[in-house]
Write a protein that binds this ligand. Structure first.
Ligand SMILES: Nc1nc2c(c(=O)[nH]1)N[C@@H](CN(C=O)c1ccc(C(=O)N[C@@H](CCC(=O)O)C(=O)O)cc1)CN2
Length: 308
């Protein structure tokens, strides 16, 4: 028998269809919104604040507002000029904090350089922090035995994709590539909370490839186009690609296409599960925002009912 005929091809990975999973969850959320309306006569409300006109941010905000409309969530919108003062932005946040019809407040990031992002995020009421970026929510996420009021949307979406795809987490070796406050750090805490053994790899980690190659679950959130090559992947691993990096593509009307932090075509030949870009983690981010808004509204409605 020739060598060629005895070779066993490694099967291609199961593609985790984030769009399909997000659509299913959105249907569940729409049902919950209806149930809340029937029980309390009120609907959840989400305030989305956009500063400036930066292309991506404006697109994401539009998507968030449309998603609210699709699911019966009341949407509150404030669009501010890029040179708005920090004090004026704080005033908008304070008004939404005081508005009883608003159960979630989201300030689209990044903010212009002249605004202290931390000061703005800290000003959002803990009970309306649907982004889960308030230090008290992050702190609770990091502590054993504590549950944050809200978990940040992209990390929550990553975990949801793993769970709904039947990927076991407990006892597995998880590697998170990237340590941002928005994704890397919270996703590492979430995986640890599910009893994975977690390593965070970042820009100063020597031999990132060798560490990634030990991962049963690899979450790539470093923001570098196709940094993770096929030979970084442990055969059979679950690969969650959070990267959305624009690369020039003259064949596209926009002049670019999006690629992840993982070289998809190489990685899918070794991984057991893998998310595509686009259509993987991205659609889950907004879906988890809607889910957090409904959670916030439910808590507010229950509290108001108990106080009567
Ligand atoms: N306040 C916040 N700001 C930002 C967050 C956040 O969670 N809260 N996350 C990102 C951007 N973001 C949401 O705001 C976001 C990113 C990507 C997607 C998405 O659906 N991506 C699609 C591709 C869309 C496209 O073609 O452009 C995909 O990956 O399939 C949604 C939301 C930064 N700011």
């Amino acid at each position: 028998m020739s060598a060629a005929s005895t070779q066993v091809d490694s099967p291609s990975a199961q593609i985790i269809d984030g769009k399909a999973i997000a659509d299913r969850i959105r249907k569940e959320i729409a049902t919950e919104v209806k149930a809340l309306q029937e029980k309390y006569g009120k609907v959840p409300g989400l305030a989305v604040v956009l500063v400036g006109t930066k292309g991506d941010s404006a697109t994401y905000v539009r998507m968030k507002r449309k998603a609210c409309a699709d699911l019966g969530i009341q949407s509150f919108s404030t669009d501010l000029p890029g040179d708005v003062s920090e004090e004026d932005l704080l005033k908008v946040v304070a008004d939404y904090n005081a508005n009883e019809e608003v159960h979630g407040i989201l300030v689209q990031l990044p903010l212009p350089k002249h605004i202290d992002e931390q000061r703005i995020l800290d000003a959002i009421s803990l009970e309306k922090d649907v982004d889960g970026f308030h230090p008290a929510n992050i702190g609770a996420l990091a502590m054993r035995g504590r549950t944050p009021l809200f978990t940040s949307c992209t990390p929550k979406g990553c975990l949801e994709l793993l769970k709904r795809s039947g990927v076991a987490i407990s006892g597995k070796r998880a590697v998170v590539l990237g340590r941002s406050n928005i994704v890397g750090m919270p996703v590492a805490h979430l995986l640890q909370g599910e009893d994975a053994t977690v390593t965070v790899v970042h820009s100063r980690t020597p031999d990132a490839q060798a560490i990634c190659a030990e991962a049963d679950i690899l979450v790539a959130a470093i923001g570098r186009a196709e940094m993770v090559r096929g030979d970084w992947i442990k055969p059979g691993a679950a690969v969650i690609d959070v990267g959305t990096n624009p690369v020039p593509d003259a064949s596209k009307k926009s002049g670019y296409r999006l690629v992840g932090d993982v070289a998809f075509s190489e990685a899918k030949e070794r991984a057991g599960f893998i998310t595509p870009v686009p259509g993987g983690v991205g659609p889950m981010t907004i879906t988890m925002l809607l889910s957090n808004t409904v959670d916030g509204a439910r808590r507010a409605f229950e509290k108001a009912a108990a106080a009567q």
